[in-house]
Design a binder for this molecule. Structure first.
Ligand SMILES: [Zn+2]
Length: 372
Protein backbone atom coordinates (compact mmCIF):
# COMPACT_ATOMS: atom_id res chain seq x y z
CA UNK A 1 0.00 0.00 0.00
CA UNK A 2 1.38 3.43 -0.83
CA UNK A 3 0.10 6.63 0.72
CA UNK A 4 -1.29 9.73 -0.89
CA UNK A 5 1.19 12.43 0.03
CA UNK A 6 0.17 16.06 0.15
CA UNK A 7 1.64 19.19 1.63
CA UNK A 8 -0.20 21.93 3.44
CA UNK A 9 1.62 25.27 3.28
CA UNK A 10 0.66 27.38 6.26
CA UNK A 11 3.00 30.34 6.37
CA UNK A 12 5.19 32.40 4.08
CA UNK A 13 8.47 33.67 5.51
CA UNK A 14 10.07 37.05 4.97
CA UNK A 15 12.51 35.39 2.57
CA UNK A 16 9.63 34.21 0.45
CA UNK A 17 10.00 30.55 1.44
CA UNK A 18 6.96 28.71 2.70
CA UNK A 19 6.62 26.51 5.73
CA UNK A 20 4.43 23.44 5.26
CA UNK A 21 3.41 20.27 6.92
CA UNK A 22 3.22 17.08 4.89
CA UNK A 23 0.55 14.45 5.29
CA UNK A 24 0.92 10.73 4.48
CA UNK A 25 -2.58 9.45 3.97
CA UNK A 26 -3.30 5.71 3.85
CA UNK A 27 -6.77 4.72 2.74
CA UNK A 28 -7.93 1.16 3.28
CA UNK A 29 -10.00 -0.92 0.86
CA UNK A 30 -12.88 -0.81 3.34
CA UNK A 31 -14.26 2.45 4.70
CA UNK A 32 -14.06 2.91 8.47
CA UNK A 33 -12.56 5.07 11.18
CA UNK A 34 -9.96 7.76 10.73
CA UNK A 35 -6.81 7.79 12.85
CA UNK A 36 -4.63 10.90 12.92
CA UNK A 37 -1.05 10.80 14.22
CA UNK A 38 1.39 13.66 14.47
CA UNK A 39 4.86 14.10 15.94
CA UNK A 40 7.20 16.85 17.05
CA UNK A 41 4.71 19.57 18.04
CA UNK A 42 7.29 20.59 20.62
CA UNK A 43 10.51 21.26 18.74
CA UNK A 44 12.85 19.18 20.89
CA UNK A 45 10.56 16.15 21.05
CA UNK A 46 11.66 14.20 18.03
CA UNK A 47 11.22 10.49 18.86
CA UNK A 48 7.71 10.38 17.35
CA UNK A 49 9.17 11.20 13.92
CA UNK A 50 11.11 7.93 14.01
CA UNK A 51 7.93 6.13 15.08
CA UNK A 52 6.05 7.58 12.11
CA UNK A 53 8.83 6.78 9.66
CA UNK A 54 8.92 3.14 10.79
CA UNK A 55 5.14 3.02 10.76
CA UNK A 56 5.15 4.27 7.16
CA UNK A 57 7.66 1.59 6.18
CA UNK A 58 5.49 -1.04 7.82
CA UNK A 59 2.23 0.21 6.30
CA UNK A 60 3.91 0.08 2.90
CA UNK A 61 4.27 -3.70 3.31
CA UNK A 62 0.50 -4.14 3.77
CA UNK A 63 -2.10 -4.22 1.07
CA UNK A 64 -5.18 -2.05 1.15
CA UNK A 65 -7.43 -4.90 2.32
CA UNK A 66 -5.49 -4.97 5.58
CA UNK A 67 -6.49 -1.43 6.50
CA UNK A 68 -10.05 -0.64 7.48
CA UNK A 69 -10.58 3.11 7.39
CA UNK A 70 -7.78 5.61 6.99
CA UNK A 71 -4.61 6.71 8.74
CA UNK A 72 -3.18 10.20 8.41
CA UNK A 73 0.42 10.74 9.49
CA UNK A 74 2.07 14.10 10.05
CA UNK A 75 5.71 13.92 11.17
CA UNK A 76 7.67 17.11 11.94
CA UNK A 77 4.32 18.84 12.36
CA UNK A 78 5.83 22.08 13.69
CA UNK A 79 8.66 23.20 11.39
CA UNK A 80 9.29 26.42 13.33
CA UNK A 81 9.73 24.52 16.60
CA UNK A 82 11.77 21.69 15.07
CA UNK A 83 14.31 24.02 13.49
CA UNK A 84 14.67 26.44 16.39
CA UNK A 85 18.08 26.36 18.05
CA UNK A 86 20.06 27.88 20.85
CA UNK A 87 23.61 26.72 20.11
CA UNK A 88 23.10 22.98 19.48
CA UNK A 89 20.05 22.74 21.67
CA UNK A 90 16.50 22.52 20.37
CA UNK A 91 14.53 25.14 22.21
CA UNK A 92 11.28 24.99 20.26
CA UNK A 93 8.73 24.57 23.03
CA UNK A 94 7.54 28.17 22.88
CA UNK A 95 6.46 30.18 19.91
CA UNK A 96 9.06 32.93 19.74
CA UNK A 97 6.49 35.39 18.36
CA UNK A 98 4.27 35.48 21.41
CA UNK A 99 5.94 33.25 23.99
CA UNK A 100 3.07 30.75 23.96
CA UNK A 101 3.64 27.04 24.43
CA UNK A 102 3.06 25.45 21.00
CA UNK A 103 0.80 22.91 22.68
CA UNK A 104 -1.48 25.44 24.40
CA UNK A 105 -2.83 27.29 21.39
CA UNK A 106 -5.53 25.08 19.91
CA UNK A 107 -9.12 25.94 19.12
CA UNK A 108 -11.59 24.35 21.51
CA UNK A 109 -15.19 24.04 20.31
CA UNK A 110 -16.38 23.66 23.88
CA UNK A 111 -15.27 27.24 24.54
CA UNK A 112 -16.84 28.52 21.34
CA UNK A 113 -20.22 26.89 21.87
CA UNK A 114 -22.18 27.78 24.99
CA UNK A 115 -25.09 25.43 24.73
CA UNK A 116 -24.09 21.79 24.45
CA UNK A 117 -26.98 20.92 26.76
CA UNK A 118 -29.50 22.21 24.21
CA UNK A 119 -27.88 19.97 21.60
CA UNK A 120 -28.04 16.98 23.98
CA UNK A 121 -31.70 17.65 24.79
CA UNK A 122 -32.65 17.88 21.16
CA UNK A 123 -30.88 14.55 20.46
CA UNK A 124 -31.90 12.65 23.55
CA UNK A 125 -33.71 9.98 21.56
CA UNK A 126 -31.31 9.79 18.60
CA UNK A 127 -28.96 6.87 18.15
CA UNK A 128 -25.26 7.26 18.85
CA UNK A 129 -24.06 7.42 15.26
CA UNK A 130 -26.59 10.12 14.34
CA UNK A 131 -25.55 12.19 17.35
CA UNK A 132 -21.88 11.70 16.54
CA UNK A 133 -22.39 12.67 12.92
CA UNK A 134 -24.41 15.79 13.68
CA UNK A 135 -22.18 16.97 16.52
CA UNK A 136 -19.10 16.57 14.36
CA UNK A 137 -20.79 18.54 11.63
CA UNK A 138 -21.57 21.31 14.10
CA UNK A 139 -17.93 21.42 15.27
CA UNK A 140 -16.70 21.59 11.69
CA UNK A 141 -19.13 24.30 10.72
CA UNK A 142 -18.03 26.48 13.61
CA UNK A 143 -14.38 25.74 12.82
CA UNK A 144 -14.75 26.66 9.17
CA UNK A 145 -15.93 30.09 10.31
CA UNK A 146 -12.33 30.73 11.42
CA UNK A 147 -11.26 30.77 7.80
CA UNK A 148 -13.06 34.06 7.28
CA UNK A 149 -10.80 35.79 9.78
CA UNK A 150 -7.76 34.06 8.28
CA UNK A 151 -8.58 35.57 4.91
CA UNK A 152 -9.70 38.96 6.22
CA UNK A 153 -7.48 41.97 5.54
CA UNK A 154 -6.63 42.14 9.25
CA UNK A 155 -5.41 38.50 9.22
CA UNK A 156 -4.52 36.43 12.29
CA UNK A 157 -1.33 35.94 14.37
CA UNK A 158 1.10 33.09 13.61
CA UNK A 159 -0.24 30.68 16.23
CA UNK A 160 -3.81 31.01 14.94
CA UNK A 161 -2.65 30.55 11.36
CA UNK A 162 -0.72 27.44 12.32
CA UNK A 163 -3.41 25.85 14.46
CA UNK A 164 -6.06 26.33 11.80
CA UNK A 165 -4.11 24.30 9.27
CA UNK A 166 -3.17 21.55 11.72
CA UNK A 167 -6.65 21.17 13.19
CA UNK A 168 -8.28 21.20 9.79
CA UNK A 169 -6.50 17.86 9.19
CA UNK A 170 -7.83 16.12 12.27
CA UNK A 171 -11.20 17.43 13.45
CA UNK A 172 -12.99 14.63 11.60
CA UNK A 173 -10.75 11.93 13.09
CA UNK A 174 -11.99 9.24 15.45
CA UNK A 175 -8.65 8.55 17.08
CA UNK A 176 -5.97 11.17 17.55
CA UNK A 177 -2.45 10.38 18.72
CA UNK A 178 0.05 13.14 19.47
CA UNK A 179 3.62 11.89 19.89
CA UNK A 180 5.78 13.79 22.37
CA UNK A 181 8.71 13.15 24.71
CA UNK A 182 9.79 14.67 27.97
CA UNK A 183 11.31 18.14 27.77
CA UNK A 184 14.18 16.49 29.69
CA UNK A 185 14.87 12.79 30.28
CA UNK A 186 11.65 10.83 30.62
CA UNK A 187 10.05 7.41 30.80
CA UNK A 188 7.56 6.16 28.20
CA UNK A 189 3.92 6.68 29.12
CA UNK A 190 0.54 7.73 27.81
CA UNK A 191 -1.74 10.59 28.84
CA UNK A 192 -5.39 9.60 28.62
CA UNK A 193 -8.81 11.10 29.23
CA UNK A 194 -11.62 9.97 31.50
CA UNK A 195 -13.46 6.71 30.75
CA UNK A 196 -10.78 5.61 28.29
CA UNK A 197 -8.63 3.47 30.64
CA UNK A 198 -9.43 0.22 28.82
CA UNK A 199 -8.08 1.33 25.46
CA UNK A 200 -5.16 3.21 27.10
CA UNK A 201 -3.83 -0.23 28.04
CA UNK A 202 -3.69 -1.19 24.36
CA UNK A 203 -0.61 0.99 23.91
CA UNK A 204 1.26 -1.50 26.08
CA UNK A 205 3.11 1.23 27.98
CA UNK A 206 3.87 0.73 31.66
CA UNK A 207 2.30 4.00 32.85
CA UNK A 208 -0.95 5.80 32.05
CA UNK A 209 -1.65 9.26 33.42
CA UNK A 210 -5.23 10.46 33.52
CA UNK A 211 -5.61 14.11 32.52
CA UNK A 212 -7.85 15.03 35.43
CA UNK A 213 -6.65 18.62 35.26
CA UNK A 214 -6.29 20.44 31.97
CA UNK A 215 -3.60 22.80 30.77
CA UNK A 216 -6.07 24.45 28.43
CA UNK A 217 -5.95 24.38 24.66
CA UNK A 218 -3.54 21.47 24.30
CA UNK A 219 -3.90 19.57 21.02
CA UNK A 220 -5.39 16.40 22.52
CA UNK A 221 -7.64 18.34 24.89
CA UNK A 222 -9.00 20.65 22.23
CA UNK A 223 -9.94 17.60 20.17
CA UNK A 224 -11.71 15.55 22.81
CA UNK A 225 -13.08 18.04 25.34
CA UNK A 226 -16.24 18.85 23.36
CA UNK A 227 -17.05 15.13 23.15
CA UNK A 228 -16.47 14.57 26.85
CA UNK A 229 -18.61 17.61 27.61
CA UNK A 230 -21.40 16.22 25.44
CA UNK A 231 -21.17 12.86 27.24
CA UNK A 232 -21.54 14.77 30.52
CA UNK A 233 -24.65 16.57 29.22
CA UNK A 234 -26.23 13.25 28.26
CA UNK A 235 -25.32 11.76 31.66
CA UNK A 236 -27.08 14.68 33.35
CA UNK A 237 -30.11 13.90 31.24
CA UNK A 238 -29.97 10.30 32.41
CA UNK A 239 -28.47 8.71 29.31
CA UNK A 240 -25.11 6.92 29.44
CA UNK A 241 -23.34 7.54 26.16
CA UNK A 242 -19.71 6.93 25.18
CA UNK A 243 -18.52 8.06 21.81
CA UNK A 244 -15.79 6.00 20.18
CA UNK A 245 -13.69 9.16 19.93
CA UNK A 246 -10.32 9.12 21.63
CA UNK A 247 -7.27 11.36 22.02
CA UNK A 248 -3.88 10.38 23.34
CA UNK A 249 -0.54 11.94 24.00
CA UNK A 250 2.31 9.45 24.04
CA UNK A 251 5.46 10.51 25.86
CA UNK A 252 8.37 8.59 24.39
CA UNK A 253 11.53 9.16 26.34
CA UNK A 254 14.03 11.96 26.23
CA UNK A 255 14.15 15.29 24.42
CA UNK A 256 16.47 15.68 21.40
CA UNK A 257 16.81 11.90 21.16
CA UNK A 258 15.23 9.06 19.25
CA UNK A 259 15.88 6.50 21.95
CA UNK A 260 15.54 3.15 20.08
CA UNK A 261 13.63 1.48 22.91
CA UNK A 262 11.18 4.39 23.24
CA UNK A 263 10.68 4.44 19.46
CA UNK A 264 10.02 0.71 19.46
CA UNK A 265 7.59 1.03 22.36
CA UNK A 266 5.76 3.81 20.57
CA UNK A 267 5.55 1.91 17.28
CA UNK A 268 4.33 -1.31 18.90
CA UNK A 269 1.83 0.67 20.92
CA UNK A 270 0.38 2.50 17.94
CA UNK A 271 0.12 -0.68 15.85
CA UNK A 272 -1.47 -2.59 18.68
CA UNK A 273 -3.94 0.18 19.50
CA UNK A 274 -5.10 0.50 15.89
CA UNK A 275 -5.30 -3.29 15.49
CA UNK A 276 -7.45 -3.61 18.60
CA UNK A 277 -9.62 -0.79 17.29
CA UNK A 278 -10.28 -2.99 14.27
CA UNK A 279 -8.44 -0.77 11.79
CA UNK A 280 -5.59 -3.15 10.99
CA UNK A 281 -6.23 -6.69 9.88
CA UNK A 282 -2.71 -8.12 10.07
CA UNK A 283 -1.58 -11.56 11.17
CA UNK A 284 0.50 -10.11 14.03
CA UNK A 285 -1.03 -11.16 17.33
CA UNK A 286 -1.99 -8.30 19.64
CA UNK A 287 0.42 -7.50 22.47
CA UNK A 288 -0.52 -9.23 25.68
CA UNK A 289 -2.01 -6.65 28.03
CA UNK A 290 0.66 -5.77 30.54
CA UNK A 291 0.31 -4.32 34.00
CA UNK A 292 -0.17 -0.57 33.68
CA UNK A 293 0.35 1.85 36.51
CA UNK A 294 -2.61 4.22 36.33
CA UNK A 295 -2.33 7.54 38.02
CA UNK A 296 -3.69 11.06 37.74
CA UNK A 297 -1.94 14.14 36.57
CA UNK A 298 -2.90 16.10 39.69
CA UNK A 299 -0.85 13.74 41.87
CA UNK A 300 2.39 14.43 39.99
CA UNK A 301 4.86 16.16 42.30
CA UNK A 302 7.31 18.43 40.55
CA UNK A 303 10.47 19.65 42.20
CA UNK A 304 12.02 23.05 41.48
CA UNK A 305 15.53 24.06 42.49
CA UNK A 306 15.62 25.83 45.88
CA UNK A 307 19.01 27.36 44.94
CA UNK A 308 21.04 28.01 41.83
CA UNK A 309 23.95 25.71 41.02
CA UNK A 310 24.98 22.34 39.67
CA UNK A 311 22.75 19.30 40.21
CA UNK A 312 24.11 15.96 41.37
CA UNK A 313 21.31 13.42 41.05
CA UNK A 314 21.16 10.74 43.77
CA UNK A 315 18.44 8.72 42.07
CA UNK A 316 18.00 7.30 38.56
CA UNK A 317 15.19 7.77 36.07
CA UNK A 318 12.61 5.03 36.68
CA UNK A 319 13.60 4.39 40.30
CA UNK A 320 11.15 4.37 43.19
CA UNK A 321 11.91 6.61 46.14
CA UNK A 322 10.67 6.76 49.73
CA UNK A 323 9.59 9.88 51.58
CA UNK A 324 12.67 11.52 53.04
CA UNK A 325 15.05 9.86 50.56
CA UNK A 326 17.65 12.16 49.03
CA UNK A 327 16.79 13.08 45.44
CA UNK A 328 19.61 15.37 44.51
CA UNK A 329 22.19 17.78 45.75
CA UNK A 330 22.90 21.27 44.46
CA UNK A 331 26.46 22.60 44.47
CA UNK A 332 26.18 26.38 44.81
CA UNK A 333 28.82 29.03 44.54
CA UNK A 334 28.34 32.57 45.76
CA UNK A 335 29.73 36.05 45.29
CA UNK A 336 29.61 36.89 48.99
CA UNK A 337 33.14 35.89 49.95
CA UNK A 338 31.96 32.56 51.42
CA UNK A 339 32.92 28.96 50.66
CA UNK A 340 30.69 27.01 48.23
CA UNK A 341 27.68 25.16 49.64
CA UNK A 342 25.90 21.84 49.13
CA UNK A 343 22.12 21.72 49.45
CA UNK A 344 20.41 18.34 49.81
CA UNK A 345 16.87 17.90 48.55
CA UNK A 346 14.71 15.05 49.89
CA UNK A 347 11.50 13.55 48.59
CA UNK A 348 8.42 15.02 50.29
CA UNK A 349 6.59 11.79 49.57
CA UNK A 350 7.23 8.39 48.00
CA UNK A 351 7.01 8.08 44.22
CA UNK A 352 8.41 6.93 40.91
CA UNK A 353 11.00 9.17 39.23
CA UNK A 354 9.48 9.59 35.77
CA UNK A 355 11.16 12.74 34.56
CA UNK A 356 14.58 14.37 35.12
CA UNK A 357 16.04 17.65 33.95
CA UNK A 358 18.40 17.23 31.03
CA UNK A 359 20.56 20.16 32.10
CA UNK A 360 22.39 19.76 35.38
CA UNK A 361 23.00 23.48 35.78
CA UNK A 362 19.92 25.16 37.23
CA UNK A 363 18.85 28.61 38.22
CA UNK A 364 16.80 28.85 41.40
CA UNK A 365 13.19 27.94 40.61
CA UNK A 366 14.06 25.83 37.59
CA UNK A 367 12.44 22.43 37.12
CA UNK A 368 14.59 19.52 38.30
CA UNK A 369 12.48 16.35 38.40
CA UNK A 370 9.01 14.84 38.63
CA UNK A 371 7.63 12.04 40.83
CA UNK A 372 4.53 9.99 40.07
ZN1 LIG B 1 5.61 17.94 24.36
Amino acid sequence: MTPEIFTVPFMQLASGDRLSVQVYQYVGATAGKKAYLQANLHGAEIAGNAVILQFIEWLNTLDATQLIGEIWLVPVCNPIGTNQRSHYFSSGRYNHYDGKDWNRIFWDYEKAEEDLMAFAKSHLKSDRSTIQHQFRQQIQERFSGLLEQLNAPSGVPVSELYRYHLQSLCLDADYLIDLHTSAGQGLDYVYYFRDREASAAWFGLPIGILLDVYDGDAFDEAFIKPWLALETCFAELGRELRFDIEAWTLELGTAMQCNPQSVENGLLGVKNYLARKGMLATPEPPLPLQEMKLTTRSTIKRYYAPAGGMIQFKIALGSTVEAGQQLYQILSFNKEGRLPQRTDVQAEQAGLVFDLSINQAVNQGEYVLGLL
